[in-house]
Design a protein around this ligand. Structure first.
Ligand code: BGC
Ligand code: BGC
Length: 620
């Protein structure tokens, strides 16, 4: 105990020293404070505000409701809410830029009606562009960005995402996901840049730079959130959640490994994003050796705050504390005492408010812990510019012109072409513009929803023309010049074409619904491909998927095969590569197995014998 106290006071001294360094830094010629020091640098202003706050106002700051569950907008001021979110599918009526802006402004105005007028942080899952809003640019999901190996591009994409998010007023993005998915059968594999920690760490840091910039309070920047801390990508088969009577094998499961392995494989993205100054971190739904991350003091306090020096705040995942053992009150006590600072409630905010307050009054949670949580939240609010002169509760309309702009789409198109991984080519690619007819076919050939995947407009994504953009077919038509382009969905019409381009793959999914033990194409896609192959025309297969799939036979029956991941709204990027206007440069950021039962299979394994190795990718 005494030793423990000594360590704590040593840490305290260290913190004081670094805090005083900040003061001198910010006063000196070395420029404004960076990294985590940015947050600490606001502490004297924070403490002045904190000293004026009642317990209820503090509890309110720790509460995040989802706007779709607000019983009444006045509840924002009634419960002194610190934050709101729009979870997947939690959209305003028409889901347009204007409606999002109006929604944000209405809520922010309510927060300003409170005694202290502390503005809201408003969070959204802009995980591949501001992808909930119709008309936003939708970038490739992270798995595709991992294949680009291009940190500058990831930074640029994140900068654009921040700007489009801010055009709706929203100031907080639950991104980047720095998961290191180790078993592709997990349905969130595509949210991770790579199976390899170093690449995740590098691209995650780039994403934070792009989202927050040097000053997260700048008009065109947003607050970032590294997620899901920690080990979300390492859950063991058969440990996932049960929902509506269905067992999902991986999602929200248990990551069973030593602390040494957890650090080596899953922690790197937090080390680098914390160094980069990420202001928030989201603890995972998953468990580590049977203990839910949301209730782990080891993870939430000792490791991330005390050891890694994180000075921002922890935001729970969506109703994640509810999954802790015991009743809701004990969930709250356990999680806050473990180190959670803000809770994504998201519906029962009145109950949460009452129980958290009660727990403090009874002494189950100390006032020090509450003050620490609120201090962290307020620091981040200060750093986000919410208390600066000139800050406005209205969205910045100057950003509107850039929303979904051609310039932004050009960057997405570049990301698409750099993300494509050419797995096979007998010489049919690149396509010549002297051909007579190209036949384009397949379930994904003309479908923005399918090429965008989950977390697009809706939580699980959806098929069809769900937002603006260019389908792969449109892109090919645009690029083909004089070549005739014909189209069918099911492979018919392939006979007699000079080449058949078959676009097939996974239907959109997100968390838990995406867990899949087989990773095979749906039967109708296999049929489409066999029709194309039976035509005697050369076949180029373009696979849309959130992960490597088991497609040995499909590879066999194709003359060329391109892994296109989930490219998003700019389908021309695919044509850019097929026609050779840009040679393929993408490299696998995940190992491609021979069979599903090779999972988990990752670079660096003993007896590593995949179909295509991590880093594989052909070019011409
Ligand atoms: C997901 C998070 C997301 C949150 C808010 C959760 O279900 O795990 O990644 O940020 O919902 O939508
Ligand atoms: C919400 C998502 C959230 C999920 C978690 C959904 O109803 O829309 O944002 O991530 O629930 O279970």
């Amino acid at each position: 105990m005494e030793g423990h106290m000594r360590i704590i006071s040593a840490l305290f001294v260290l913190a004081m020293i670094s805090a005083s360094c900040v003061d001198s830094d910010s006063a000196g010629d070395d420029g404004p404070p960076t990294g985590q020091q940015l947050y600490v640098s606001f502490d004297s202003r924070v403490d002045t505000l904190l000293a004026q706050m009642t317990l209820e106002e503090k509890v309110g700051q720790m509460t995040q409701a989802d706007q779709e569950f607000l019983d009444d907008v006045d509840d924002i001021s009634k419960y002194y809410m610190g934050s709101l979110l729009s979870g997947g599918g939690s959209d305003p009526a028409t889901n347009s830029l204007e409606d999002w802006r109006a929604m944000y402004e209405r809520y922010q105005a309510k927060a300003l009606e409170t005694r202290l007028g502390i503005p809201l942080l408003y969070g959204v899952d802009a995980v591949h562009g501001h992808s909930n809003v119709i008309g936003a640019v939708v970038f490739p999901h992270n798995i595709g960005l991992g294949a680009t190996r291009n940190a500058d591009l990831v930074e640029e994409i994140s900068r654009i995402t921040a700007l489009e998010v801010k055009a709706t007023g929203i100031n907080w993005d639950f991104a980047p996901c720095v998961a290191v998915p180790r078993d592709d059968r997990w349905g969130r594999t595509y949210e991770g840049f790579a199976e390899e920690p170093g690449l995740v760490a590098e691209l995650g840091a780039a994403a934070v730079r792009g989202l927050q910039g040097a000053d997260p309070g700048a008009p065109e920047r947003v607050l970032a959130c590294s997620k899901h801390f920690v080990g979300d990508g390492g859950t063991a088969l058969g440990t996932g959640l049960t929902n509506a009577g269905i067992d999902y094998p991986f999602d929200r499961g248990d990551t069973r490994m030593t602390e040494e392995e957890l650090r080596r494989v899953h922690m790197e993205g937090y080390v680098t994003t914390i160094a980069e100054g990420v202001g928030t971190i989201m603890p995972s739904y998953s468990s580590w050796n049977g203990v839910k991350a949301s209730g782990s003091r080891r993870l939430l306090t000792e490791i991330v705050k005390e050891e890694l020096g994180f000075e921002g705040f922890l935001i729970s995942d969506f109703a994640a504390i509810d999954e802790l053992p015991g009743d809701y009150k004990s969930d709250i006590i356990e999680s806050i005492n473990a180190g959670m600072d803000m809770v994504m409630v998201p519906a029962e905010y009145e109950t949460f408010f009452t129980l958290l307050k009660e727990a403090v009054e009874e002494g189950s949670i100390s006032m020090d812990r509450i003050d620490d949580a609120v201090r962290r939240i307020l620091r981040v609010k200060f750093a986000s510019g919410l208390f600066e002169e000139g800050w406005s509760p209205m969205a910045d309309e100057r950003l509107e012109d850039a929303f979904g702009s051609t310039e932004h789409r050009e960057v997405a198109r570049q990301a698409v072409r750099e993300s494509l991984v050419l797995l096979k080519n007998d010489g049919v690619l690149p396509l010549s513009r002297d051909l007579t007819r190209i036949h384009v076919t397949g379930s994904g050939s003309n479908d923005i929803g399918m090429q965008s995947g989950g977390w697009t407009i809706d939580w699980q994504g959806a098929l069809g023309a769900i937002t603006t953009g260019t389908t792969i077919l449109d892109g090919i038509r645009e690029a083909a010049g004089e070549v005739e382009v014909t189209h069918s969905v099911d492979g018919t019409g392939s006979e007699g074409a000079d080449v058949v381009i078959v676009v097939v793959g996974e239907r959109p999914y997100a968390e838990f619904f995406g867990d899949d033990l087989e990773l095979r194409l749906p039967p109708e896609d296999i049929e489409t491909l066999s029709r194309a192959a039976a035509s005697a025309s050369p076949v180029v297969t373009v696979l849309l998927s959130g992960r490597p799939m088991i497609v040995n036979e499909e590879l066999e029956s194709s003359n060329a095969f391109v892994a296109a991941w989930l490219p998003g709204s700019e389908g021309q990027g695919v044509a850019d590569v097929l026609f050779g206007d840009h040679a393929p440069t993408g490299k696998l950021s995940y190992t491609w197995p021979r069979s599903a039962d090779q999972h988990p299979i990752n670079v660096g394994d003993e007896d590593y014998d995949p179909l295509f190795e991590f880093g594989f990718g052909l070019t011409y």
